[in-house]
Ligand binder design. Structure first.
Ligand code: ADP
Ligand code: TYD
Length: 206
């Protein structure tokens, strides 16, 4: 049996998380691991509501958004057939596109980080990532990538917001550095260079 891990990719919108997840999945699979990829907001019923909020279809208070993300995460962790705990028990290495640091950074910016960390306490008790990988890109770069690829933008996809969210990520990393495994990689480089950097880290943990 190969050792299976729970790995999370974090970063501001357009930082390259899904591109790196694909590359990491290929490398892990080639190394003989069973891999499952997943994301937040989830594809379940709370995640669908969050998608409607992010695209502007539904409007609500930022505290409600923070609470819904925490609820979605609890469902994402505990669902008996599709949940992360179940997948880990089945021997999968699970890679998630976002987890609770996204809440600390994005929702913490609007509703206060301490409250958002407290709101997610059940999640951190149930399941702490083996590794949080933060892809660090300047907000100007991620906004340019988003604009080049899409005509519409979501709730948080503004230069000013992403600049503040990036600062919030670093504040959360500082606050939780003694209890969380955090790896920061420079995301303003060619895809394969970032992928090698990530693989150098992940492969030491297998
Ligand atoms: P995220 O999942 O963080 O939103 P994506 O992986 O979807 O980011 O990347 C957003 C866009 O930026 C995509 O068009 C992708 O092809 C491009 N991209 C991702 N990583 C890089 C990179 N290192 N250099 C240049 N473009 C990139
Ligand atoms: P997503 O489609 O993941 O954005 P991208 O692929 O561009 O990174 O969109 C999720 C959005 O929701 C993103 O703006 C971050 C935000 N978010 C929160 O505000 N709180 C959370 O807990 C999570 C998981 C995401």
């Amino acid at each position: 049996m190969k050792k299976n891990l729970f790995i999370v990719l974090e970063g501001i919108d357009g930082s390259g998380k899904s591109s790196q997840i694909k590359l990491m999945e290929e490398k892990l699979t080639a190394a003989g691991h069973k891999v499952a990829t997943t994301l937040e907001p989830s594809t379940g019923y709370i995640g669908s509501l969050l998608t409607d909020i992010l695209t502007g279809k539904v409007k609500t208070d930022h505290r409600v958004i923070a609470a819904l993300f925490a609820a979605d995460r609890l469902e994402h962790i505990t669902n008996p057939t599709t949940g992360i705990l179940h997948l880990l028990a089945e021997g999968y290495t699970v890679i998630s596109d976002r987890y609770y640091f996204s809440s600390y950074a994005y929702n913490g910016y609007y509703s206060g980080m301490d409250w958002v960390i407290a709101l997610n306490k059940q999640c951190s008790s149930l399941l702490r990532p083996d590794l949080n990988i933060f892809i660090d890109v300047p907000p100007e770069v991620s906004m340019a990538r988003i604009r080049a690829n899409r005509q519409t933008t979501e709730l948080f996809e503004k230069l000013e917001t992403l600049t503040k969210v990036k600062a919030q990520y670093f504040e959360a990393f500082e606050q939780l550095k003694n209890e969380e495994q955090i790896f920061i990689t420079d995301g303003n480089r060619p895809l394969q260079e970032i992928a090698s950097d990530i693989w150098n880290k992940v492969s030491t943990m297998l």
